[in-house]
Design a protein around this ligand. Structure first.
Ligand SMILES: O=C(CO)[C@@H](O)[C@H](O)[C@H](O)[C@H](O)COP(=O)(O)O
Ligand SMILES: [Zn+2]
Length: 220
């Protein structure tokens, strides 16, 4: 584990030496950190490039579905945990406000934002139910649920996805290559990596492309 670029097992004396960058360990840390930066960049670029290039047809299918859904007066529900919760909110904002085009607001809602709803369901029922109950309350036939889970197996996402399908809601899945979401989603997007961060980086690029295409289909 690294804090402020320093391994946490270092003593205070080691940290002082590292900051002055005069010790061997300080030099090594600098070398290691430079390698980590470039390795991360290269891995992220390579995972993302392969994912997007392999997903072109599915991206076209998903953006057409999203545009059709919004045109019909239906809406997009989004859900995810941790970083993917942030992605769900980020994507909802692109639709409700705007992405790259001046156009009317579009109906999208992240099921990750209302702490009263999240805590009451989590407290009274279970954390597994936080997206399931909101899907039941807010989802309608013809809506789209964008379900985001890097493991593909978060119980609260799978329970909501199953419920969405039974309600006639189209499920677009964003996951890695593991887990069960890809088996049930109408359009499953699977990033070929086991690293959560790399999968998330590909998901947000995919989401931006979907926003762009959906806007163009509806308003160009
Ligand atoms: O952002 C990160 C890691 O990059 C974490 O917060 C991560 O999202 C959380 O551990 C999530 O709980 C992982 O859940 P999931 O993607 O497997 O559904
Ligand atoms: Zn993260």
């Amino acid at each position: 584990m690294i804090i402020n670029n320093l391994p946490i097992h270092l003593t205070v004396a080691d940290i002082g030496a590292n900051q002055k960058n005069t010790s061997d360990s300080g030099q090594k840390q600098t070398m290691d950190s430079r390698k980590i930066i470039i390795d991360t960049l290269e891995e992220s670029l390579s995972v993302k490039e392969q994912f997007i290039r392999n997903s072109v047809e599915k991206i076209l299918e998903a953006s057409n579905l999203m545009a059709q859904c919004l045109k019909n007066g239906s809406k997009i529900l989004l859900m995810g945990n941790g970083g993917s919760a942030a992605d769900a909110q980020h994507i909802a904002a692109e639709f409700v406000n705007r992405f790259q085009m001046e156009r009317p607001p579009l109906a999208a809602i992240a099921l990750t934002t209302d702490t009263s709803i999240l805590t009451s369901i989590g407290n009274d029922y279970s954390f597994e139910d936080i997206f399931y109950k909101q899907t039941q309350a807010l989802g309608r036939e013809g809506d789209i649920a964008i379900c985001i889970t890097t493991s593909g197996n978060s119980a609260n996402i799978l329970k909501a996805a199953h419920e969405a399908i039974s309600m006639g809601i189209h499920v677009i899945g964003m996951s890695g290559n593991t887990g069960n979401l890809k088996k049930i989603a109408k359009i499953p997007f699977c990033v070929d990596s086991t690293v959560t961060a790399r999968i998330q980086e590909s998901h947000i690029t995919l989401a931006h492309i979907l926003c762009d295409l959906t806007e163009r289909i509806l308003f160009e």
